[in-house]
Every structure is written in structure tokens, then in C-alpha cells.
Write a protein that binds this ligand. Structure first.
Ligand code: AP5
Ligand code: MG
Length: 230
């Protein structure tokens, strides 16, 4: 069972860092369960806005479909507003945010206003060629975005989500040309974010080339060192 998210009377904020395809969405639920806090995933938030055809979705889609980052102006306020919602009062696992140094600094300021900070930044690190291969075989469920991989993490029944029975689909931005663009555009700003958390002393790096279970074990070990074992 998850432990209470509150710690020292403040919030527990864990940032999950990694290039596209590193395994953030695969690993986030285990950490959320362990810490008893929700997952806030910027990509899921944006994909929901695109599907609902909101103004945010229309603005974001132009960038997402080209593999580019959505501008900080478009994502920062919306993401921080989501972080301020009641269910994140004890903290959250952040998947996909921050993605630029500007976003990391905006997050630091917003948390400082609440008497908090980023407690831990877990970086799932692996080479670009392995990332591209993984995304070619990724599938997600249409209803909730649960993540599978037809090579390394297949569903029990082909094409159907184990958790909610919805059909599995390929993400629009997982086609090879877009994947290469995402790597080229998104890894340099990610490296700046990694450096930021290294400088503040909260960065822990996990070898993302290992199996899903081994990566989970590495993430939980780092989390237990920070927050204590349960
Ligand atoms: P987002 O949805 O966040 O995509 P991403 O960061 O590119 O990351 P992915 O979701 O592609 O990968 P993941 O690390 O979650 O890997 P997964 O667990 O699925 O963002 C989408 C777009 O929105 C961005 O391109 C951008 O345009 C925009 N955006 C979002 N946030 C933004 C922000 N803050 N600022 C600006 N723009 C923003 O795993 C990948 C595959 O590998 C799966 O098939 C999985 O089953 C498999 N797998 C996982 N771990 C392993 C393992 N250890 N071994 C073998 N296979 C594995
Ligand atoms: Mg993801």
C-alpha cells in the first residue's frame, strides 16, 4: 500500500526524468503507489486536450505532431495549476514536466511558495538507438493511455488493454520520422534539466537499459533511500 504523501508537514514531489521512450509512463504507477500521491503526466494532459479539441489542444497539437516541445508559455501555467489541485495537496509524481530549464525554474518557484521543493529527481537513462526501437513497438490503450510493448511488455490478449479492456493503438507521434525529431529536439533541453537537479543535489540516475522489473527495483531503492523504507 502507498505511504502517506505528506512529509515534514510539506509536499512530496518526485520528478521522473527521461528521454522520449525511456519508461517514465511505465514506471510512474509503482512510484505513485509507493508514495501515495497521484501521477501528473504532461503528455497525457496535452493528449486529452487534443482529443477534446480545446484551445490548449489545438495550440499544442501543432508542436506535438512535429515532435517539438510545446512552448513554455503554453504548458507551464496549466501544469502548475494542475499541481495545485486538491488531489496533489500531499505531492505528486511528475512525468514529463519539467522538460526545459525554464519549466524547472518555474516549478521551483511554485513549490517554494507552498513551502515545498522537488525532493527527488529520478533519471531513467538509456542510449538513443534503444529509445527509437522501443517506441516502434509501443502501444497504448485508447481509454486511459496504459502502456504496453508488443516486444517487451505485451498484453495478455493481443490488442486489448489488461486493465480496462479498451483497444491498443499506436501513438500518432510514435512513427519513426517523428520519433527522430523528438529525440533531436528534446534531448538537449532534457540534459539541462538533468544538470539543474544534479546541481541541487536531488538527482539519482537509473540504468534504463535493464528489464522493466530491474528498473522498477532501482527506482524504488532510490525512493526508499530518500523517504525511508516501508
Ligand atoms: P510525453 O507523452 O511525455 O512523451 P515523452 O516524454 O516523449 O515520453 P514517452 O511517453 O514517449 O515515453 P515514456 O518515457 O513515458 O516511456 P514509456 O513508459 O511509454 O509527451 C508527448 C509530447 O507532448 C512531447 O513530444 C511534447 O510535444 C509534448 N509535451 C509533453 N510534456 C511537455 C512539456 N513539459 N513541455 C513541452 N512539451 C511537452 O515506455 C516506452 C516503451 O518502452 C513502452 O512500449 C514500454 O512498454 C517499453 N518499456 C518501458 N520500459 C522498458 C524496459 N525497461 N525494457 C523494455 N521495454 C520497456
Ligand atoms: Mg509517457
Amino acid at each position: 500500500m502507498g505511504r502517506q504523501g505528506r512529509r515534514h508537514g510539506t509536499v512530496t514531489v518526485v520528478v521522473l526524468l527521461g528521454a522520449p521512450g525511456a519508461g517514465k509512463g511505465t514506471q510512474a504507477p509503482v512510484l505513485a503507489e509507493r508514495l501515495g500521491v497521484p501521477i501528473l503526466a504532461s503528455g497525457d494532459l496535452l493528449r486529452a486536450a487534443v482529443a477534446a479539441r480545446t484551445a490548449l489542444g489545438t495550440a499544442a497539437d501543432r508542436y506535438m505532431s512535429r515532435g517539438q516541445l510545446v512552448p513554455d508559455d503554453t504548458i507551464v501555467d496549466i501544469f502548475l495549476e494542475r499541481l495545485g489541485a486538491d488531489d496533489a495537496g500531499g505531492g505528486a509524481i511528475l512525468d514529463g514536466f519539467p522538460r526545459t530549464l525554464g519549466q524547472a525554474e518555474a516549478l521551483d518557484r511554485a513549490l517554494a511558495e507552498r513551502g515545498g521543493r522537488v525532493d527527488l529527481a529520478l533519471y531513467i537513462d538509456l542510449p538513443e538507438d534503444d529509445l527509437v526501437a522501443r517506441m516502434a513497438s509501443r502501444r497504448i490503450c485508447a481509454a486511459n493511455g496504459h502502456v504496453y510493448n508488443i516486444a517487451s511488455n505485451p498484453p495478455r490478449e493481443p490488442g486489448v488493454c489488461d486493465l480496462d479492456g479498451s483497444p491498443l493503438v499506436q501513438r500518432e507521434d510514435d512513427r519513426e520520422g517523428t520519433v527522430r525529431a523528438r529525440m533531436a529536439q528534446q534531448i538537449p533541453p532534457l540534459n539541462e534539466v538533468v544538470d539543474h537537479y544534479r546541481a541541487t543535489g536531488v538527482l539519482r540516475t537509473i540504468d534504463g537499459l535493464r528489464s522493466i522489473h530491474e528498473v522498477t527495483a532501482g527506482l524504488l531503492a532510490a525512493t526508499n533511500r530518500e523517504f525511508g523504507a516501508i
